[in-house]
Design a protein around this ligand. Sequence first.
Ligand SMILES: [Zn+2]
Length: 74
Amino acid sequence: MRCALCRSMQVAPGRTTVTLQRDPTTVVIKDVPAEVCGACGEYYLSEDVARAVMTMGEGAVARGAEVEILRFVA
Ligand SMILES: [Zn+2]
């Protein structure tokens, strides 16, 4: 797969940290499985992973946290 951002072919499966911003909440989710570009650091989430990340983010927003750091669990 080719990186949509920098056109590098160095996209490989890995782990990334996803940050979601929704005022006033910032959610940082670590260890998210993704296709990561080795050249520019852009990442690509599968549909299932993106949905799980959103669900985790919504939970933090609902709790009213200002900053919440989570570890991804499938
Ligand atoms: Zn790239």
